[in-house]
Design a protein around this ligand. Structure first.
Ligand code: AMP
Ligand code: MG
Length: 475
């Protein structure tokens, strides 16, 4: 069972609003994450979880969070329009995890929305967030998907769903923007110390805690986005309200994974200018961190000029940290431990060949780590042959081939949740056959291991299907 606490309610009232989930007419468990239940020792059975989730007596203190954010570059007031935190589950080591119901009905911040979510999109979020976790990427987790039993109106009538989501915290850059634009300096200070105590207590005694928070979040977000680039993940809607201070990936609406390598790749139907394209993600996270810095200015120093200089000194480090971490990760993908500047061209050249030849991102790195480059696939390309010679020479010079193989294995997944496969299994599940969904979910728990019977998951779609594939936000 949950061991609930509500520390977020200690923040000033403007940060939250007490909200009860709407009742579902005929709730049914659609997916239940037994591994996660076991991990947190929750002892929730199928029946118990429904009782807990839909008993209003449990929700005297459940709340929606208030926040703002820059959406596609434009600032706006937001807030949880269809998400309700039913409590913070307390763990033994004084850590807490938000338990949130996504799609559980109207809140004070629903604006024109209905507060609901489609079953289809909640299954997708469950699948992707779990896949991200097993790919070793910090992510929100999914405990269950509930079929609500009601139909909700989108393009057509659709089955409604509720996702039970777990996250270290849902505080986002947009929460700080809200405090900074609409609150007092005290509100901003309260939010900052709450966040530091909850997520980064080790910086609470630093000389300038807001500045230390900026620096910490910047570094953690760089780690996160570098990790996205490692597996070909496009978040798709990297608005500041979807950028968490805990540096967990979350809100998986229009996300997708690239097949062939293309830094300009966009799948989201609403991202017309490619703001959130695969290769733009480093620039976007820097832009978002700048918005975070701006929101902290009033409490970094009383003197605005000094505050700006201090914040700028942190932001100025972004590019060099990014470069270092990004190339270090990419070199690891080709089995190289050293991160010498002279080796960066090896990565740039490979990516440029992959882009020109429409080579599959995941499979190319996997093939390289297996050293099984089939003639038909690559040898026709003289640039690739030359590149491979250079790479082979470098690898041979290195003393420990075994370690190279190991680091490649750790960084190059065999299976990612390819968009067309995800769509296919969800379609089947919506039609009553959940076998394929469960099979995929199981395979995705071991993305770095060879497994039998996964050929369909490792085969890229034909390029026409990939070119037409679109993801949607309004879910
Ligand atoms: P997202 O980009 O999906 O995180 O959503 C952006 C904002 O729209 C957030 O404030 C959401 O709470 C809100 N929102 C999205 N869908 C709905 C909905 N069906 N009803 C109410 N609010 C929504
Ligand atoms: Mg969001």
């Amino acid at each position: 069972m949950f061991n609930f606490d509500y520390s977020y309610l200690s923040l000033p009232k403007k940060f939250h609003s007490l909200t009860q989930p709407s009742s579902c007419p005929f709730p049914e468990i659609f997916l239940l994450n037994q591994k996660l239940i076991n991990k947190f020792n929750l002892q929730l059975t199928q029946k118990k979880i429904l009782d807990v989730l839909f008993d209003k007596n449990n929700y005297k203190k459940s709340f929606a969070q208030n926040y703002a954010g820059h959406q596609f570059g434009y600032f706006t007031k937001l807030g949880d329009g269809r998400a309700i935190i039913i409590g913070e589950h307390l763990l033994k080591n004084n850590l807490r995890i938000d338990i949130q119901l996504k799609g559980a009905g109207l809140t004070k911040y629903s604006r024109n929305g209905d507060g609901k979510a489609t079953l289809r999109s909640m299954i997708r979020e469950y699948l992707i967030s779990e896949a991200m976790h097993y790919l070793n990427i910090s992510s929100s987790r999914s405990l269950a998907v509930i079929k609500s039993g009601e139909s909700i109106l989108r393009q057509n009538l659709e089955d409604g769903g509720v996702l039970v989501r777990m996250m270290k915290s849902h505080i986002r850059i947009g929460t700080f923007e809200y405090a900074s634009y609409f609150g007092s300096s005290k509100d901003l200070k309260d939010l900052t110390s709450y966040t530091i105590n909850r997520l980064y207590p080790h910086i609470s005694n630093s000389e300038n805690p807001p500045l230390a928070l900026l620096n910490t979040v910047m570094n953690k977000q760089i780690d996160l986005v570098v990790n996205w680039m490692r597996v070909g993940f496009i978040h798709g809607v990297m608005n500041t309200d979807n950028t968490s201070i805990s540096a967990e990936s979350f809100d998986y609406g229009p996300c997708a994974f690239i097949n062939s390598y293309n830094p300009s790749k966009v799948y989201s139907s609403i991202d017309h200018n490619g703001r959130y394209a695969f290769g733009n993600q480093p620039k976007v996270i820097k832009w978002n961190i700048c918005r975070f810095a701006e929101s902290l200015i009033p409490i970094i120093n009383e003197n605005k000029k000094i505050a700006i200089e201090l914040a700028q000194s942190v932001i100025d480090k972004f590019d060099s940290i990014w470069k270092k971490k990004y190339y270090s990760m990419m070199l690891n993908k080709i089995g190289i431990f050293e991160n010498k500047k002279s080796l960066h061209s090896l990565i740039d050249e490979l990516l440029s060949i992959m882009e020109n030849k429409n080579m599959d991102f995941t499979n190319t790195f996997w093939y390289l780590s297996q050293q099984k480059i089939s003639k038909t696939q690559f040898n026709s390309d003289s640039n690739f042959v030359l590149w491979q010679k250079k790479w082979n020479n470098y690898i041979k010079k290195m003393s420990c081939l075994k370690e190279s193989k190991q680091i490649m294995k750790k960084n190059n997944p065999i299976i990612i949740p390819r968009n067309h496969v995800v769509n296919e299994v969800i379609e089947k599940a919506m039609n009553g056959n959940t076998d394929s969904l469960n099979k995929l979910l199981k395979a995705l728990t071991k993305p770095y291991q060879k497994q039998e019977g996964i050929h369909e998951y490792t085969t890229p779609p034909n390029s026409h299907i990939d070119a037409c594939f679109q993801t949607y936000c309004g879910t």
